[in-house]
Write a protein that binds this ligand. Structure first.
Ligand SMILES: NC(=O)c1ccc[n+]([C@@H]2O[C@H](COP(=O)([O-])OP(=O)(O)OC[C@H]3O[C@@H](n4cnc5c(N)ncnc54)[C@H](OP(=O)(O)O)[C@@H]3O)[C@@H](O)[C@H]2O)c1
Length: 248
């Protein structure tokens, strides 16, 4: 097949739902071989099937791993093999004030949102660098750049990921690997639907566009950053947040 990304292999973490699923489908449409990661094997199989029909001749396979477990993250990297594109999308977001944030809750945010991407980049980016090309995109949030109520642990874990994005851009950029992040605003996904419609509407009122995104809108930002159209962009935090309201 002759898609823009044909011949490329992409690992998308958390591709069994929401933004990750939308990214996997777009990558498939463009001809990439997609490694669909998640924990839920049934939804994984569904996405593999959807990717296969999304692109003419696109191929996909599912790898299950719990990103809260470092050994499982390392196994995921080994099973993914050589990849040209890595999208660190899987993430958790739970909300509590500071007194209500347990050490377990803090640790799980750091483990899944920051440590897992670190371990994956540590295992996959050297291969990209040795082959002289690669693109990595990390999914972040507006809560990484400004205080968001009850989102201290979540925002801190994604702020760590944004800083790591710039570290990795520096570390691997000289050998052809670009590393960027998408700082997303509210998106209607299975994860946010658990928060309830009213909570999503409240967060969305803080956007200029006055609505949540659909996953495909964030996937477009990710696809731009992995594409050759972004060939001079690395270490960037691209905001896809529906705009920031003015003060006053
Ligand atoms: N939705 C938003 O409003 C929003 C806004 C800003 C940033 N983001 C970021 O965008 C990313 C995707 O968000 P989303 O709303 O699309 O997520 P979602 O609907 O909650 O889906 C989460 C995905 O991550 C996977 N996942 C969660 N915990 C995991 C774990 N321990 N091990 C392995 N996989 C795990 C899930 O896989 P299984 O279900 O198969 O386990 C699923 O595929 C996250 O990093 C999030 O922080 C989202």
């Amino acid at each position: 097949m002759s898609g823009e990304l044909s011949g490329a292999t992409a690992l998308v973490t958390g591709a069994t739902a929401g933004i990750g699923r939308a990214v996997a489908l777009r990558l498939g449409t463009l001809g990439a071989e997609v490694v669909v990661h998640g924990r839920d094997a049934r939804r994984g199989a569904d996405v593999v099937r959807e990717v296969s029909v999304a692109g003419d001749g696109a191929t996909a396979r599912f790898v299950a791993a719990d990103l809260a477990e470092a050994d499982d993250v390392r196994r995921l990297a080994a099973e993914a093999g050589d990849v040209d594109i890595l999208v660190n999308n899987a993430g958790v977001y739970r909300f509590a004030d500071t007194a209500g944030t347990s050490s377990e809750m803090f640790d799980v945010h750091m483990a899944i949102n920051a440590r897992a991407p670190l371990l994956l980049v540590g295992r996959l980016a050297p291969g990209m660098a040795a082959r002289g090309h690669g693109a990595i995109v990390n999914l972040s949030t507006i809560a990484a750049g400004a205080p968001a109520r009850n989102a201290g642990a979540y925002g801190a874990s994604k702020a760590a990921l944004e800083l790591l994005t710039r570290v990795w851009a520096d570390e691997f950029g000289g050998r052809g690997v670009r590393v960027n992040a998408v700082r997303s605003g509210p998106v209607r996904t299975p994860g946010t639907s658990e928060m309830g419609e009213e909570a999503l509407r409240t967060v969305s009122r803080a956007t200029v566009l006055d609505r949540p995104a659909v996953p495909e809108e964030i996937a477009e930002a990710v696809l731009f950053l992995v594409s050759s159209r972004a060939s001079y962009i690395t270490g960037a935090i691209l905001e896809a947040r529906g705009g920031q309201l003015a003060l006053g």
